[in-house]
Design a protein. Structure first.
Length: 307
């Protein structure tokens, strides 16, 4: 008997959170798992945390009793309605748990601590990630992505869910892990998948330049990529994908792998991009412009799984 997937769903009561709940309702594969709707509750507004050592803090906080009560009631109401909608969509009541956590270390750090408690994947929605400026200022979503533990995470996008997956792959173990993860989740549910590989640049025709690659080397690279894609196809088919709905494609000469991945997703009307967590384990690697990082932000209209 297969172990049920335990999925952490990060919400905050916003309109974006409702979009996340609506997305989950559309994905039949999630109905086999256990959902934990998780929200960090701060008893005082964020702007007042700096008053921790200020002597006027007790006086100031007296005015927040009513605010605190209304805030908590609002969160509880949101969680109850979110659970009701999921049950109406086909989830069993016992599959959906609610967890409102009182802030301890900080919103991002508390979420990261929760992520380490045996979850198989995490679902969140981009927030404050629409521009480079907001990214560098350090939104909660950005902090989470850059420091996430080794747990597959899904960033829900605006595009409708359409059962079309674009799997950006290379020859790394991360790609194998991503393919196997998607096979476990979506194999039995009639999804289509394109295994997509981008070869960035192909050298120049001038043997005297540093970028030059002999034609025979280019051919060997392409042959190796095609061989790897064939292996990935077999893994998906074994997991339940229809052989006719699994394709492969290799693009060469691209200036940017991330841009090419997003362009392919757009041209092929894919709702979801899947990419391995390569180079995301260290903050310095993340902010140096790894492919996964760029895809997350360049393809922010798409749902992106980082595995």
């Amino acid at each position: 008997m297969k172990k049920k997937q335990k999925i952490l769903v990060l919400v905050d009561g916003s309109d974006r959170s409702w979009m996340t709940i609506d997305y989950i309702r559309e994905v039949e594969a999630f109905r086999k798992g256990e959902l934990v709707l998780y929200q960090v509750y701060s008893e005082i507004p964020e702007c007042y945390w700096d008053l921790d050592t200020d002597p006027i803090r007790p006086t100031v906080l007296k005015g927040f009793e009513e605010w605190r009560k209304e805030k908590l009631e609002s969160l509880e109401k949101f969680m109850a309605e979110a659970k009701r909608r999921l049950i109406a969509a086909g989830f069993e009541e016992k599959q959906v748990k609610i967890k409102i956590h009182q802030r301890e270390k900080g919103i991002a750090r508390d979420i990261l601590d929760e992520c380490k408690k045996g979850y198989d994947s995490v679902i969140l929605r981009r927030r404050g990630m629409g521009t480079i400026k907001s990214i560098t200022l350090g939104s909660v979503s950005t902090k989470l992505i850059s420091k996430f533990p080794d747990v597959p995470m899904m960033l829900a996008g605006r595009r409708p869910h359409n059962k079309k997956l674009l799997l950006a792959v290379d020859g790394s173990p991360a790609s194998t892990q991503a393919v196997d993860f998607i096979g476990r989740y979506f194999g039995p549910y009639d999804y289509s998948a394109e295994l997509f590989h981008v070869i960035r640049g192909m050298g120049t025709l001038n043997p005297m330049t540093p970028e030059y690659l002999p034609p025979e080397i280019i051919t060997l690279m392409q042959d190796e990529v095609i061989r790897k894609i064939d292996q990935f196809k077999k893994r998906l088919i074994k997991a339940g994908f229809d052989e006719k709905k699994v394709t492969g494609k290799v693009v060469s000469g691209a200036a940017s792998r991330a841009e090419e991945i997003v362009r392919e997703a757009d041209a092929g009307n894919f709702g979801t991009i899947v990419i391995g967590r390569r180079g995301l384990s260290r903050v310095q690697d993340f902010f140096m412009g790894r492919v996964s990082y760029k895809v997350i932000h360049s393809g922010r209209d798409f749902t992106v799984w980082v595995v």
